[in-house]
Each structure stands twice: as structure tokens, then as C-alpha cells.
Write a protein that binds this ligand. Structure first.
Ligand code: UDX
Length: 439
């Protein structure tokens, strides 16, 4: 014993406990971070929640039994989490979205907190400053932009302005949901304030003004499976690898890859319009149609749709997205602009067709189309439908746009450089690791 410390405490190695929010979109990036940290010789325990474990058991029991994916922890409540903490880690890694109190670390742990923020820097910055924005009268307490504000709202002179109703909590037609999203945002800001480190799955050069608005943030992205274990561990849905063989047979730069993340849903009319838009584009396409993509009981393809395609279209329930985006046959990515999909697409130099649905996706679209200029927007008609004609028109326009192609390759190169020795994400991660080791 020295001072008031036991010898056990003095020799204790850093040990990180990683706890993902129970949702598909949150597990893979945290697993990628876990691999990246473990590669530096630091002990990592990855907690599997009951929700995630049940999903794996339902779809991939062999993977769960082997424990191949993640070590299971039978508990998602605070009490059981406290028991787990008898392993006494020196750090607790929490996701920003879990700031509803569920995962708050019990004070008896001697721990530091680290948050991996899974959204883009503008969303992090606006979340961090949300109270100031309310106090300044830019939005009211329910999250609505105040009537006297202009169409565009700036949170600082250097950052790209926000459009009214494109804040990550905006859900104007559902005031209750908007209020909940705003409360989560405020709680997230508090979580960031009290944490020792805030890692961001982004690259400083992509949006330095917004990164500079959050004092502790360390952009360490893009977090890509290909940079670590070489596989896409963390998927709660089995990947259909037949699409990679199908891609091998397509011409270079010809395929539209269509994937709307893990939660987006379409109504039947919109689903059929998308199918007909892909068909009429004349391009080969690979389309991820999750079993719950259509928000009605059955997903019905338009009459004769599959028969007419004659091999030009490939439909899968879930793909190995990073491998698909890295494939030379892919020409563009029709995406909902979730932040993981955005970082993966831009890291592979693939131009985007943007179709955002909620939360941070609108602001991600704005950066893709207007700041980085690596994509085009799909505009809904007066009834809120993205028509087959709009899809056909924008696919043709995007595929023939050399400016967008060249910008996409420049951003790809920026992403690559950030991760190699001397790059910004590389240096930020080294800084973080050396602080952890010396803590
Ligand atoms: C959610 C929110 O929707 C998003 O706005 C937020 O930024 C993060 O959390 P999600 O909708 O799932 O995420 O979208 P996204 O962030 O793009 O994540 C989807 C992930 O699923 C990506 O990592 C992607 O590679 C993976 N994926 C998707 C597959 O592995 N296979 C597929 O077929 C489709």
C-alpha cells in the first residue's frame, strides 16, 4: 500500500468496458473501436445486451453459441451491470445515446468515461450547444425553430448553417417524439460534458469548424472493419455473400447499390416506386430489402418486376456493406445518409444519391451534396413520394457527373491519409491510447 492506494490498484492495467446501445447501428462501430483499442495491447471487455443476444440467437444461433461475435452478458439493467463491474475496469466506455440513465456508471466504480459519438460533427456540435441555442431564442423549449428566425440558422460564423426543421431532434408533425428527441439531445450534451474523452467516428478535415466547437472531441474515424479484423463482425443480421459474386460479374462502375440502413421503413407505394425507378434506370442494381423495410405486413414487388429483371437486379436481405462499397463494379450508393453509411461510402470514394428520413440524416445529406459535393439529392414530389422518374433522372445525372466522381475520390484520399501514420485520425488515436495507458 502506498498512500491510500492498495498495491492491487497500483499495478492495475487499463481495462475498457464497452457497452453498445441495443440497436444494430450501434454494435459494429463499437466493435471496430474495440478491435482498434485491443490492437494497442489494452484489455477490452465487450458487453452484449439481452436485446442484441436475442437477435443473434434468432438469426445466427451458431455464431452466438461459439461466442464468436461478442461475449454475452445476461443483463441490461443497472443492478446487473454493477455486478459485472466487479471486474473493476479503469475506464467505462459508453455510447452517447445511452445517456438516459440506463448505463450511468455507479459512483462506486473508480472509472473514467469515454463516449464514442456515432453521428457527424455538426450533430455533435449542435447537441453540445443545444442549451445555448434555446437560451438564445433560436429554438423554443419544444425544439421548434422560433418564428422570427430565418430559413437558415447558424450556430457559429464558421459552421455550415442549419435549415429550419433539419435539426436532429426535428419531427414537426410529432410533437411528443420531437420533445423526446430534444430531451435525449440535452442529456447527450451533458454526457459529453462530464466524459473524459469524446471520440468521434469522423475525420477532422471533413468538418473542422464543427469539430472545433466541441472542446474534448477527438475525431478518430473512419472506423472501418477493413482496417482491423478484415470482416464485418457485429452484424445482427446474416449477410448474404452471394451479392459479392454477383458484383464480380458486373461491369466496372455500373451498379447502383441501394441500402437504407437498419431502421428506415417505406410505405408500399414508395417501395414500388423505388422498384420501378431502379428498373427504368437501365443500370444493374444491388438492393438491400430487409424483411421489415416495408411498414406493412408484406413486401409486394410490382407485378412481374423480378421476372423482367433477368439478372440485372440483385436483391438481398442484408449485405456486407463495406465490401460492396469497396467493389469496383459499384457506381453509386442510394443511401438514407445514416452516419455509418456516410463514412463507409465516402471512405470508398462512392458518389451518393441521398434519401434521408430522420434525425441526423438531413444534415449528413446537406454535407454530402453542398459541402463536399459528392452526391445528389432525391427530391420528393408534392405528395412526399420520390417518384420513379426522379430516381431514373438522378441516377443518370449522377453517373455522368465527372465533378462529383472526382470530388468523391479526393475525399476517399483524405480519409485514407487521416488513418495512416502522421494523419489526423492516426495522431488523435495515438494521443488517446497514450492517455489511457498513463491513466
Ligand atoms: C442509425 C441512424 O439511422 C443514423 O441516422 C445514425 O447516424 C446512426 O444510427 P442506421 O439507420 O442503421 O443507423 O444507419 P447507418 O448509420 O448508416 O448504419 C447502418 C450500418 O449497417 C452500416 O454500418 C452498414 O454498413 C450496415 N449495413 C447496412 C450492412 O452491413 N448491410 C446492409 O445490407 C445494410
Amino acid at each position: 500500500v502506498q498512500g491510500n492506494k492498495s498495491s492491487f490498484e497500483m499495478v492495475r492495467e487499463p481495462h475498457l468496458l464497452l457497452i453498445p446501445y441495443p440497436a444494430q447501428g450501434h454494435v459494429p462501430p463499437l466493435l471496430k473501436l474495440a478491435s482498434k483499442i485491443a490492437e494497442h495491447g489494452i484489455k477490452v471487455t465487450f458487453v452484449n445486451t439481452e436485446f442484441n443476444a436475442a437477435k443473434i440467437m434468432a438469426t445466427m444461433p451458431e455464431k452466438a453459441e461459439k461466442g464468436g461475435l461478442i461475449r454475452s452478458f445476461e443483463g441490461a439493467d443497472q443492478g446487473r451491470l454493477t455486478n459485472l463491474m466487479n471486474v473493476s475496469p479503469s475506464l467505462v466506455l459508453l455510447l452517447i445515446f445511452v445517456s438516459d440513465g440506463l448505463w450511468n456508471s455507479p459512483t462506486k466504480w473508480e472509472s473514467r468515461e469515454l463516449h464514442l459519438f456515432l453521428m457527424a460533427p455538426p450533430t455533435l456540435a449542435v447537441s453540445f450547444h443545444v442549451k445555448k441555442i434555446i437560451d438564445a431564442g433560436i429554438i423554443d423549449n419544444d425544439g421548434y425553430a422560433m418564428p422570427m428566425t430565418d430559413e437558415w440558422i447558424s450556430i457559429s460564423e464558421e459552421t455550415h448553417p442549419w435549415k429550419r426543421n433539419e435539426f436532429n431532434w426535428s419531427c414537426p408533425e410529432e410533437p411528443m417524439i420531437q420533445k423526446i428527441f430534444l430531451e435525449i439531445t440535452c442529456a447527450a450534451a451533458e454526457t459529453v460534458r462530464i466524459s473524459n474523452w469524446v471520440l468521434s467516428n469522423s475525420i477532422y478535415e471533413l468538418d473542422s469548424p464543427n469539430c472545433d466547437l466541441v472542446p474534448k472531441v477527438l475525431p478518430i474515424g473512419p472506423l472501418l472493419a477493413s482496417n482491423h479484423s478484415g470482416n464485418s463482425a457485429g452484424s445482427l443480421i446474416p449477410e448474404d455473400s452471394s451479392c459479392l459474386r454477383w458484383l464480380d460479374k458486373q461491369a466496372v462502375g455500373s451498379v447502383i447499390y441501394v441500402a437504407l440502413g437498419s431502421t428506415t421503413t417505406l410505405n408500399q407505394q414508395q417501395f414500388e416506386e423505388l422498384a420501378l425507378g431502379l428498373e427504368s434506370s437501365g443500370q444493374p442494381f444491388l438492393w438491400v430489402v430487409r424483411s421489415n423495410l416495408v411498414n406493412e405486413s408484406l413486401t409486394r414487388f410490382p407485378n412481374g418486376f423480378k421476372e423482367k429483371l433477368a439478372g440485372r437486379g440483385k436483391i438481398v436481405e442484408w449485405a456486407a456493406q463495406e465490401k460492396v462499397l469497396a467493389h469496383s463494379s459499384v457506381a453509386c450508393f442510394l443511401s438514407h445518409c445514416g452516419w455509418n453509411s456516410t463514412t463507409e461510402g465516402l471512405s470508398m470514394g462512392v458518389p451518393f444519391l441521398c434519401w434521408p428520413y430522420f434525425a441526423d440524416q438531413y444534415q449528413n445529406r446537406r454535407f454530402i451534396c453542398e459541402v463536399w459535393k459528392i452526391g445528389l439529392d432525391l427530391t420528393p414530389d408534392e405528395n412526399g413520394i420520390v417518384t420513379r422518374h426522379e430516381i431514373q433522372r438522378k441516377v443518370r445525372k449522377l453517373i455522368s457527373d465527372d465533378g462529383i466522381k472526382s470530388n468523391s475520390l479526393k475525399i476517399k484520399e483524405m480519409a485514407r491519409k487521416s488513418l495512416v501514420e502522421g494523419g489526423s485520425s492516426f495522431k488523435n488515436f495515438e494521443r488517446f491510447i497514450s492517455q489511457v495507458k498513463s491513466s
